[in-house]
Design a protein around this ligand. Structure first.
Ligand code: ME8
Length: 520
């Protein structure tokens, strides 16, 4: 039985257009999914769209169209985004699909059967924009004295018959669960935040609405539709075939990881495990809440018109370049402010000058001097052995970092080797050996090719197209690119003729500036 890994993005609301914040989460999940696949795991990677609720119903009404038409149109934008950012998700779920509705109704019935749902009357504050209920004490005052949710969203007073979930009964079970699973929430600061929230006491949660109908009908009482979050969270198990608990559910759910933004941590780390425990299902293995991207210090939003369009950014800088930037620029979990000058700095300083140049120096030299025939190495010097060992062992710290979702730490470890490799090349100076010691030159060129093979294999999750181009240029077979192929057992064969090399990471030159002339 292969090791399995299940990774999910949040399902995105269809009333917004995809922006760089959504792309960020999906890219992070994609990097993890690719890393695990290359590391021998059988991976399921899910994304999708959240299509029910008052917010969508209202947006459709404002546009004079049916909610499902709005959903069809906007869900496609998110499905297309996955293609644009190179996401390798193997499923995309929509909450309007029959498989999802069936799963929600099955979960509801399980909650009811286990005695965790009761009917009463709800009176309290609701923020449609957040699709969340708030206590009076959580509200703040807006500039004109109006009440606002902690997120800044306007709230309205809601009074209606509602089903409730006995969340209050889960304070102790949740705290016990967190104690027993200190890795359930990452980063640690979020774990502590959730822990103290639950410690402060939990109130029962209203989980149905009667004042609108765009949602999943409550089984047995069609006057009610389910609260959009109980509906939305169920997507994660619906996509595994729940209520069938054999097959995908059995294979993947014990290894589930949700990546979310910090805005929706309470839903994923408090409500969701409580719902699951109440239905006698296991909580997911881990939830990681990443930080928030702002643009010049401002929240990205439709109303401010400052949302960054991933399509435009990718067109300007390149897909792998943007993927690399997003994973490199800020430690996953921290907030970041978006600036384009930081992007070109990373592209030129790191991808072009360090990684790309390393590959181009080796491959270009082999093409020019040896007619593209990869030389066979002679005996290795201690320096050769040292850099080859660093390459072969790089997977160890990279794995540790990736298991903690420390993308920047994994890249730090990789870059330490990229820099050591460039120093190795400077010191060995194969161009100077051409006349004095061609046999040694051959060994150095071979070692350079092996270095690039290792780095390209490990960089595939971050920059898949470019890393695979490098591996193409080294003549590495498509089925010899997994982490199992790192190390000397799978080393390149001397004597192979390599395809013509071409630079993989061009420098970014702002429009209007001319490209620097070819160095001589
Ligand atoms: O909350 N910076 O959907 P949503 C970083 N449907 N990440 C950002 C971001 C930003 N500025 N803006 C958005 C929902 N995100 C619910 C989820 S899941 C069962 C239901 C990312 O469309 C981040 O991952 O508002 C955030 O959690 C998510 O988009 C919110 O997407």
């Amino acid at each position: 039985m292969p090791k399995t890994f299940y990774i999910t993005t949040p399902i995105y609301y269809v009333n917004d257009k995809p922006h760089i914040g959504h792309a960020y989460t999906t890219i992070a999940c994609d990097v993890l999914a690719r890393f695990k696949r290359l590391d021998g795991f059988q991976v399921k990677f899910l994304s999708g769209t959240d299509e029910h609720g008052q917010k969508v119903a209202k947006a459709a009404r404002d546009q004079g169209i049916e909610p499902i038409d709005l959903c069809d149109r906007n869900s496609k934008n998110f499905r297309d985004l996955a293609g644009v950012i190179g996401a390798s998700n193997d499923d995309f779920i929509r909450t309007t699909e029959p498989r999802h509705i069936a799963a929600c109704q099955a979960l509801w019935k399980d909650l009811e059967k286990s005695g965790h749902i009761y009917l009463a009357k709800y009176a309290g504050w609701y923020a449609v924009r957040d699709e969340a209920f708030y206590d009076e004490g959580e509200l703040t005052k807006g500039p004109s004295g109006d009440k606002l949710a902690p997120s800044g969203a306007p709230v309205e007073w809601v009074e209606e018959e509602s089903y409730f979930f006995k969340l209050s009964a889960f304070q102790e079970p949740l705290l016990k669960f967190y104690d027993a699973n200190p890795d359930f929430i990452g980063p640690k600061s979020r774990f502590n935040e959730v822990y103290s929230f639950v410690k402060g006491g939990l109130r029962d949660l209203s989980i149905s609405r009667t004042t609108f109908s765009w949602g999943v009908a409550v089984p047995g009482n069609e006057k009610h539709v389910m609260y959009v979050w109980i509906d939305a969270l169920t997507n994660y198990i619906a996509a595994l075939g729940y209520p069938d608990k054999t097959k995908d559910y059995a294979a993947y759910w014990p290894h589930a990881m949700h990546v979310v933004g910090k805005d929706i941590i309470r839903f994923h780390c408090v409500y969701w495990p409580a719902f699951l425990m109440a239905a006698n299902l296991a909580p997911p293995k881990r939830v990681f809440a990443h930080g928030w991207w702002t643009v010049e210090g401002q929240k990205m939003s439709k109303s401010l018109g400052n949302a960054i369009d991933p399509n435009a950014l990718i067109e300007k800088y390149g897909l792998d370049q943007i993927r690399y930037f997003l994973m490199r620029e800020i430690p996953f979990g921290n907030d970041g402010d978006f600036s384009e000058s930081a992007i070109s700095g990373r592209i030129n300083g790191e991808l072009a000058n360090e990684f790309g140049n390393l590959a181009q120096r080796g491959l270009g030299f082999i093409a020019k001097t040896l007619g593209s025939v990869l030389p066979a190495p002679g005996a290795y010097t201690p320096e050769d052995n040292e850099i080859l060992k660093a390459c072969a062992e790089l997977i160890v710290p990279a794995r540790v970092a990736m298991d903690a979702q420390g993308f920047d730490k994994a890249l730090d470890a990789i870059w330490a080797v990229v820099r050591a490799a460039n120093q190795y090349v400077d010191k060995q100076a194969p161009w100077a050996l051409k006349k004095t010691d061609p046999a040694r030159m051959n060994t150095v060129l071979y070692v350079m090719a092996e270095i690039v093979r290792h780095l390209a294999i490990i960089m595939q999750p971050f920059v898949p197209t470019s890393a695979n181009k490098m591996l193409d240029q080294l003549g590495v077979a498509a089925d010899a690119r997994s982490f199992a192929h790192l190390g000397r057992n799978h080393a390149l064969k001397g004597g192979t003729t390599l395809p013509a090399p071409s630079p993989v990471f061009p420098r970014y030159v702002p429009p209007g500036e001319s490209k620097p002339g070819k160095s001589t």
